[in-house]
Design a binder for this molecule. Structure first.
Ligand code: APR
Length: 241
């Protein structure tokens, strides 16, 4: 592992075009639960009821109650060393982007500027009927919240299962991955698409692909480096430039 760390450190030092794909594992050390690992959210809650449009329209109050609880826990969370080290690395590179599957906003709180929120943000919400959209860190008392413009239901501005990634977000992300020389993917089980496609796209294009995870994923044997361990520790080691 030591040799791998040294090789990756040199690659990150010498490469100017880097894209990072992050998942829930990078925020685990900030106390935010993951979805599919160690007692993750989908082991405790019903995905269909809470993270699909059908579940929302069937019981919007229940879905908002769940998102209210997640807003509370995310508001009390802070970025960890992994988030800060990526923000530092961004400042040293001309082409450096984070495509995050996370909705917690911790990359931005750590100082990262070029962050694409591939699945949205838990503090953004939009009307189910009109074009109203807003950002607020409110924990709603009255549930479900209603659009102040047209009095229809408000929903979290998050991409749920069965929904498409907004086209502009997808195209921007795809193009960034095309242009990058290195893809670093951190703390993601790499089983949700189209985000996981960026790993395949990078492997197919012959880019340098680096995995950081506590466990192996379906791509571990296909990538250039599969670094097993906690994101905060490994990112600190590989960014010691
Ligand atoms: N350091 C590194 N990796 C970690 C850590 C850590 N401290 N803790 C957990 N992990 C790894 C786990 O081994 C797991 O592979 O992070 C990964 C988290 O996987 P998931 O819980 O599936 O989260 P993610 O990959 O982000 O899920 C993708 O699925 O439910 C949807 O929209 C949701 O964005 C989410 C998407």
């Amino acid at each position: 592992m030591i040799v791998q760390i040294q090789e990756v450190r040199k690659i990150l030092k010498d490469t100017d075009k880097i894209v990072v794909l992050t998942g829930a594992g990078i925020s685990a050390e900030s106390g935010i639960p993951t979805f599919r690992s160690n007692n993750g959210l989908w082991e405790k809650f019903n995905l269909e009821e809470l993270a699909t449009p059908q579940g929302f329209y069937k019981n919007p109050r229940k879905v908002w109650q769940w998102y209210n609880e997640r807003r509370k826990s995310i508001l009390s969370a802070f970025p960890n060393k992994a988030h800060y080290k990526l923000a530092e690395l961004e400042s040293k590179k001309n082409f450096f982007y984070i495509i995050t599957q996370n909705i917690d906003g911790l990359h931005q709180k750590a100082g990262s500027k070029k962050v694409i929120e591939f699945h949205g943000n838990i503090f953004r919400e939009k009307c189910t009927k009109c074009s109203y959209k807003t950002y607020n860190e409110k924990i709603y008392e009255e549930l479900p919240p209603i659009c102040p413009k047209c009095n229809n239901l408000l929903r979290p501005d998050i991409v749920w299962f069965g929904e498409n990634i907004p086209e502009d977000v997808y195209v921007q992300s795809y193009e960034i991955v095309e242009k990058a020389e290195v893809l670093l993917y951190i703390g993601t089980s790499a089983v949700v698409y189209p985000a996981a496609h960026f790993i395949e796209q990078s492997i197919y294009r012959g880019k340098i692909v680096i995995e950081i995870n506590l466990e192996k994923t379906q791509y571990s044997d296909l990538v250039n480096f599969s670094l097993t361990g906690r994101a905060s520790e490994i990112i600190e080691s590989i960014t010691k430039i």
